[in-house]
Design a protein around this ligand. Structure first.
Ligand code: CO
Length: 291
């Protein structure tokens, strides 16, 4: 990795870290999801950076992929466990970081995912396997009486690429990718009081472009036009700015132009916490860009 690329990763990471920390302080009982999400996303743009994906705000049993919709009327309630997952990119170089805010008495659950993240980071060095990181996550979370979510993983990052090798499991597996100096990836343990396995809900807020196949419907063409500058990175239908365009989304999915990320949830009534950092592997360990 050359110095210029390294600096972009570091700058994106520092910005994501600061904005996530400040943004998390805005979560209070009675505060609206939409107001919070829009203010945090605006802060990223005000700093001259771009979002790598819409700010994910997922509550309680929802683990990932929810965000505020156009006229979201939801507000934070007593007892909520809120996950904020922020992606900032500078010239395509991504920092991916998440934290959990507890509006109830769930500090032990939060400690499980944050402790697991730190345990995994301690394992990172050239030659270590992704499986060893997963084992550290699982041991830490189960040792505290919770379950890791087995079918959510950390992921390698590249320029304008949000998911590539290595995959970083949240459970111990044999082997897995071997870490090398210069690799960039996100580690994101999820701890749950539920079954440790997420399923797709019908709620869909986040999409990404897979291809630019020609479409006939004018609304479909307007959408493809609006999302061109995403370079394939995810977007929210809230960003389209015109809810009439939503009607064209299903056809774009059927034609293979768009991919959709439904909300992913553990069992109803469970609580999920998440912590995430982006790391760059160095000669003898790693640099955490999102501290
Ligand atoms: Co991530």
């Amino acid at each position: 990795m050359n110095d210029e690329v390294f600096e972009k990763y570091r700058t994106a990471g520092a910005l994501a870290s600061r904005i996530l920390r400040e943004g998390a302080q805005g979560i209070r009982v009675g505060e609206s999801y939409l107001g919070l999400v829009e203010s945090i996303e605006a802060r990223v743009r005000d700093e001259g950076a771009a979002l790598a994906f819409p700010l994910n705000l997922s509550l309680n049993e929802d683990a990932a992929h929810d965000t505020a919709s156009y006229d979201d009327e939801r507000v934070f309630s007593n007892g909520d466990v809120a996950k904020l997952d922020l992606g900032v990119q500078i010239d395509g170089y991504i920092a991916d970081t998440a934290t959990t805010i507890d509006l109830g008495n769930n500090s032990l659950l939060l400690d499980a995912s944050s402790g697991a993240l730190e345990a995994a980071i301690r394992e990172v060095k050239p030659g270590a396997t992704a499986g060893a990181l997963g084992a550290a996550v699982q041991k830490e979370i189960e040792g505290r009486g919770y379950r890791p979510i087995a079918n959510l993983t950390g992921h390698g990052l590249d320029r304008y690429v949000l998911h590539r090798s290595p995959t970083i499991p949240n459970i111990g597996i044999k082997g897995g990718g071997v870490l090398e100096e210069g690799m960039v990836f996100a580690i994101e343990p999820f701890a749950t009081t539920g079954c440790g396995h997420v399923k797709e809900k019908t709620r869909m807020e986040i999409y990404s472009q897979l291809s630019a196949r020609p479409v006939r419907a004018p609304a479909g063409r307007i959408i493809l036009d609006k999302i061109r500058d995403r370079n394939g990175l995810p977007f929210s239908h809230r960003w389209l700015g015109d809810r009439k365009l939503d009607l064209a989304l299903p056809a774009l999915i059927r034609s293979g132009n768009l991919h959709v990320y439904p909300v992913l949830s553990d069992v109803a009534g469970s609580l999920v916490s998440q912590h995430e950092h982006t790391v760059i592997v160095t000669g003898d360990g790693c640099i955490v860009t999102t501290r």
